[in-house]
Design a protein around this ligand. Structure first.
Ligand SMILES: Cc1cc2nc3c(=O)[nH]c(=O)nc-3n(C[C@H](O)[C@H](O)[C@H](O)COP(=O)(O)OP(=O)(O)OC[C@H]3O[C@@H](n4cnc5c(N)ncnc54)[C@H](O)[C@@H]3O)c2cc1C
Length: 188
């Protein structure tokens, strides 16, 4: 039994898992991918994002290999081009998401979160008692039968088995980006 299951280990999910684990919660962080994995992105972080990650002490794992960014140039159709510089000494960072996301995931592990990669979240685990239905956890399936690489020992029915697994927790956090399988399923 976990206090929180975080679905999706992109920046949102990994940072949420880190903060919750540091606060003493028992956290399970799930992702269908295996890290490091590529992610379509412009690979830049604005100064506000960098400031938040610094405040949380999460930049050490990637900042040495990142490039400073002092603004942006946005181009569009018919030669439209807008240049904007960040104010004063503010700087963003550019780094491949493959490296950024892996570093943030590693920070979640270091904070105590259990990470399971190659696990597809299918939707919420709903239990019905009388007329009341409550979300009790998450239903998952393995995405492939590759060897395990997780921060914890294997669990029966977990990744590698292709079978459905139920993971229980009192809270869930959606970090599955635009795919939002958890939210679509919870509405049905
Ligand atoms: C072309 C493009 C360029 C962009 N450029 C920039 C940029 O330069 N700077 C910027 O700040 N933002 C940029 N963005 C936006 C940025 O990519 C997103 O805001 C950011 O990735 C959101 O982070 P997230 O953690 O919420 O989700 P994601 O990064 O999408 O992570 C979601 C994670 O959930 C996992 N997942 C999804 N569904 C499931 C499931 N059912 N079961 C298990 N795991 C699941 C995925 O494998 C993934 O690892 C860009 C986006 C695009 C499309």
């Amino acid at each position: 039994m976990y206090d929180v299951i975080v679905c999706g280990a992109g920046p949102a999910g990994s940072v949420a898992a880190t903060v919750l684990s540091r606060g003493g919660a028992r956290v399970l962080l799930l992702d269908r991918a295996r890290f490091p994995r590529p992610k379509l992105c412009g690979d830049t972080m604005n100064p506000g994002t960098v400031a938040i990650l610094r405040r949380l002490g999460l930049t050490a794992g990637f900042e040495p290999s990142a490039l400073p960014v002092d603004g942006m140039i946005v181009t569009g159709e018919r030669g439209v081009c807008v240049r904007a510089a960040y104010e004063g000494a503010a700087r963003g960072l550019a780094i491949e998401r493959r490296a950024l996301d892996a570093a943030l995931l590693q920070a979640a592990v270091a904070a105590g979160a259990r990470v399971e990669e190659g696990v597809l979240v299918r939707g919420p685990l709903i239990e019905t008692t009388g007329r009341a239905a409550r979300v009790r956890g998450i239903v998952t399936a393995a995405t492939c039968a590759c060897p395990r690489r997780s921060s914890s020992p294997p669990t029966a029915g977990g990744r590698g088995s292709r079978r459905r697994s139920d993971w229980r927790a009192s809270r869930g956090v959606r970090g599955d980006g635009r795919s939002a399988r958890t939210s679509r399923t919870s509405r049905t």
